[in-house]
Design a protein around this ligand. Sequence first.
Ligand SMILES: Cc1cc2nc3c(=O)[nH]c(=O)nc-3n(C[C@H](O)[C@H](O)[C@H](O)COP(=O)(O)OP(=O)(O)OC[C@H]3O[C@@H](n4cnc5c(N)ncnc54)[C@H](O)[C@@H]3O)c2cc1C
Length: 282
Amino acid sequence: MYFFARKYIAGPTLNDAIRVTKELNGNGMMTTIDVLGEFITTKAAAQKAFEMGEQVLKAIHDNQLNANLSVKPTSLGMGIDPAVGYPHIRKLVELAAGYNNFVRLDMENSPYTSMTIELFQKLRQEFPGQVGIVLQAYLHRTQNDLNALATQKLNIRLCKGIYQESADIAYKDREQIRENYKNLLNYALKNQVDVGIATHDDVLIDDALQLIRQLGLSKDKYEFQMLLGVRQHKRDEIVAAGHRLRVYVPFGQDWYGYSLRRLKENPQMAWHITRSLFTRKS
Ligand SMILES: Cc1cc2nc3c(=O)[nH]c(=O)nc-3n(C[C@H](O)[C@H](O)[C@H](O)COP(=O)(O)OP(=O)(O)OC[C@H]3O[C@@H](n4cnc5c(N)ncnc54)[C@H](O)[C@@H]3O)c2cc1C
């Protein structure tokens, strides 16, 4: 598993994430740093995840990195009890605001969608511009969520969605997911939403580039986002064309859980990973 995972993960320590961010910043890319931590069941573990988040924000500031923080609400205790998770997340956003930085709430599987949106709404009132959310194009509900959220200043990461969801609530067909992604992006960009276009899919990247041209958008209204270790050539191409791009940089001891989850939830990933090991190019 280590062999599979290491390309996608900066390493076990915060210093690894800093090193990788410095390299990427040197190549004209921003990052968002994620502390790997899964299956939090105790308050102590949530507290530890919070402390790691604090350290990341401080390290970004001290090292003058062009980076922000991504967090999974459950890893900070929202799955145990919002009374445990909320103060942690609020404090991280407050700290980020003090550093003039930003926290992205990653979107987890569907039992947590509404909770994460509510959490975001609350934080955005208190810290506008300092917190963002993720929306998943595979969920039927997402257009409604976007309509409701876009009535105020909004910053989203738009992705397809990585979890296994039921056909009752999610599109399963690749083309349907793409169509929904295109519609959501169109709506967001036409409604002054700041968007992180998080995909490695050429069809969606080309569609986004066309839309950006058509709308004559300024570069601060959008950025592309990709996972560490995935499609570096495409990444370089987008940056060379003058667009902003942010790389998702996970680090932590818990890389085994992270990798195993990604492989289980999307077995195709195994193929991608294996392929990129042999071709050295994706
Ligand atoms: C920055 C970022 C943050 C994300 N945050 C979330 C989140 O908060 N919640 C969530 O549910 N999902 C998240 N995701 C995952 C996302 O939902 C998708 O599951 C994932 O990005 C794959 O979808 P895709 O759009 O890249 O299209 P795909 O169709 O999966 O991939 C398009 C092409 O990219 C290449 N590719 C994709 N993956 C790999 C790989 N591992 N190795 C080599 N080549 C590859 C292949 O050529 C493939 O054909 C995030 C993704 C990114 C990029």
